[in-house]
Design a protein around this ligand. Sequence first.
Ligand SMILES: CC(C)(COP(=O)(O)OP(=O)(O)OC[C@H]1O[C@@H](n2cnc3c(N)ncnc32)[C@H](O)[C@@H]1OP(=O)(O)O)[C@@H](O)C(=O)NCCC(=O)NCCS
Length: 167
Amino acid sequence: MVKTPKESLTILTDIVLPGETNPLGNLFGGELLARMDRACSIAARRHSRRIVVTASVNHVAFNKAVPVGSVVTIEAKVTRAFKSSMEIYVDVWSEDRESQERSKVNEGIYTFVAVNNTGAPVSIPKIKPETDLEKERYEGALRRKQLSLILSGKMNPADATELKALF
Ligand SMILES: CC(C)(COP(=O)(O)OP(=O)(O)OC[C@H]1O[C@@H](n2cnc3c(N)ncnc32)[C@H](O)[C@@H]1OP(=O)(O)O)[C@@H](O)C(=O)NCCC(=O)NCCS
């Protein structure tokens, strides 16, 4: 079976409450990471229809502070499916109360793995990107997977053919 990234699209909208902020009154980083992880796990589950676990958080950029009372929208989508693992891109937006204009405050790239009831990895459907952005993210995903595996000590840099092709 071949699926598309949009079938996994997950959108979570929530408000920032005082108990979720740091001493400056901005959203606590760990709270935002938890919300991003939740959105990514739903996207991974929608793609694979299996139990999914977070394998790695490959990139997170906290670009702008998010003050208490902000309405935050998190959008997650599977960019590429490998054998049992999936790369998920997550974008975070904050909404202005008066104009309702959205600005991007954060983004991240997560890897989830589909597992069976005993936690062993299982195969997942393939994915076919449709839009230009989806195609661009799909193309780069193998490089990012190899980098993540090297950084976690699970791959020998000499075997990272896709990464080596860059240099
Ligand atoms: C993620 C997990 C299932 C991987 O199990 P494993 O025994 O290492 O299995 P494998 O080596 O076969 O890896 C399975 C897949 O994950 C990928 N993977 C594992 N670690 C990865 C990492 N750090 N970055 C990117 N991909 C990774 C592998 O490349 C493989 O991908 P593929 O099947 O699509 O080719 C296992 O490490 C685990 O259960 N970790 C704990 C997960 C968890 O509890 N998360 C919540 C944390 S609070």
